[in-house]
Ligand binder design. Structure first.
Ligand code: LLP
Length: 413
């Protein structure tokens, strides 16, 4: 079952290993909470996209995990980056991604952020509003550069995912409708420092059924064809990210091949280079969060495992009611109990799992929270003056620390 999450995750003699490294050993050496990621998994995932979409540019969505060492693994496999802020641009460059492979979306890009990206000559700005066109044109003019742009369109499809991470519906703040896009293409064409090169859409995240992609890409390719007729040179069709992953034992995760089968027939009809922006499906199941049981508290009507990782380390259960599978790092018992796995934070919403059937554990035992590689560390905070966890990267039997655990001084200074 573990292998369905990550083929490099295995149980040997009752102990968990990732790429041949004992997770207990890592927890003891580096302390907990600790994020551990598998590099081979990340490489395989990027290759999976490249194989399913030959000729496409896979732009890893840095928001999922911005550790430059992780980005660098993606860069080594030829990936570009999808960014949403100046900070992510700096992280992508530090990770060794060439600017010519960076696409930049985001509804609220600031002047300093745009200046930095224009100066670096990134591949494409995925523009989300009319005003942004004018601001970007001014900046490019001032810097003596031309900025390549795509318009982010909103195909108005329901991705059937959590409402907080559905982005392609009419009422969302992202992108513009097709009519507005046509007007904005006209405006952009006449702005001297912009070059219209692409069309972008991203409909949401953690999408387990590929049919909404079919609907979205069909609509977007329709617009693409109209634009070509009108004389635009649309070189890039950026169809975003969002492919879901296995969180629950019963989840079946779609593969890049499944996605290609769904959207391929529409894309084959175009000359444009396809851009993909996967984040979660690259790093999500590459990573686990290791945590240690601090106390076991039984209140009769509820049993609690109180662990040293809280909502500040992994916020997904708290804000999306997300399920993360949790397994003991060392199998010591066959006895199970229904338990809440909770953190040390001063909020009732601070939990990693609720009413979960889990092994009967004791103070000092280690747990691995699965599927924690995406939107785990990248959404961590300092709430309750909690230093952010350390991060370790394992690959083929070796491991290295890729981020030190923060100190109190790091936070308070
Ligand atoms: N491209 C754009 C424009 C995006 O907004 C996103 C994600 C992606 C690509 C990558 O999507 P992915 O392949 O990772 O699904 N914090 C939430 C997820 C928010 C996703 C935001 N945008 C979570 O933990 O589930």
């Amino acid at each position: 079952m573990l292998k369905e999450y990550n083929p490099y995750l295995e149980e040997k003699n009752g102990e968990l290993y990732l790429e041949g490294i004992s997770l207990k050993k890592l927890a003891q050496e580096f302390g907990t909470p600790l994020y551990v990621y598998s590099a081979s998994y990340i490489r395989d995932r990027i290759k999976g996209y490249q194989k399913a979409f030959p000729g496409a540019l896979v732009c890893y969505a840095v928001k999922a995990n911005f550790n430059p060492h992780i980005i660098s693994v993606a860069a080594q496999e030829g990936a570009g980056a999808d960014i949403v802020s100046g900070g992510e641009l700096v992280a992508a460059l530090k990770g060794g991604i060439e600017p010519s492979k960076i696409v930049y979306a985001g509804v609220g890009k600031t002047v300093p952020e745009l200046e930095m990206a224009v100066d670096k000559e990134i591949l494409m700005f995925n523009v989300e509003s009319r005003e942004e066109l004018f601001v970007l044109n001014d900046i490019a003019g001032r810097l003596g550069k031309k900025a390549r742009i795509a318009i982010r369109v909103n195909p108005d499809v329901d991705p059937k995912t959590h409402p907080y991470i559905a982005t392609g519906m009419k009422k969302s703040k992202f992108g513009v409708d097709f009519e507005t896009a046509r007007e904005e293409f006209k405006i952009a064409k006449d702005l001297p420092n912009l070059e219209v090169v692409g069309l972008h859409c991203h409909i949401g995240s953690q999408i387990l059924d590929v049919s909404p992609y079919k609907e979205a890409v069909e609509k977007v390719v329709g617009l693409y064809k109209d634009l070509l007729k009108e004389g635009y040179e649309i070189k890039y069709l950026d169809i975003g990210g969002g492919l879901g992953i296995k969180y629950k034992p019963e989840d079946k995760e779609p593969t890049p091949k499944d996605l290609a089968r769904a959207v391929g027939p529409f894309l084959e009809d175009t000359e444009a280079q396809v851009i993909l922006e996967p984040g979660r499906s690259i790093v999500g199941n590459a990573g686990v969060l290791l945590t240690q049981v601090q106390f076991v508290k039984d209140k009769g009507i509820k049993h609690f495992l109180i662990v040293d990782a809280g909502m500040n380390d992994l916020i997904r259960p708290s804000i999306y009611d997300a399920y993360h599978h949790i397994v003991p790092v060392e199998r010591k018992t066959d006895e199970y109990i229904i338990s809440d796995v909770v953190g040390p934070i001063c909020e009732t919403g601070d939990f990693l799992a609720r009413d979960r059937r889990i092994e009967k554990l004791q103070r000092g035992d280690y747990l691995a929270v699965l599927s924690a590689g995406a939107y785990g560390f990248s959404m961590a905070s300092h709430y309750n003056v909690r230093p952010k966890p350390a991060e370790v990267l394992v690959e083929k039997g070796s491991y290295r620390l890729i981020r030190e655990r923060e100190s109190y001084e790091d936070i308070i200074s």
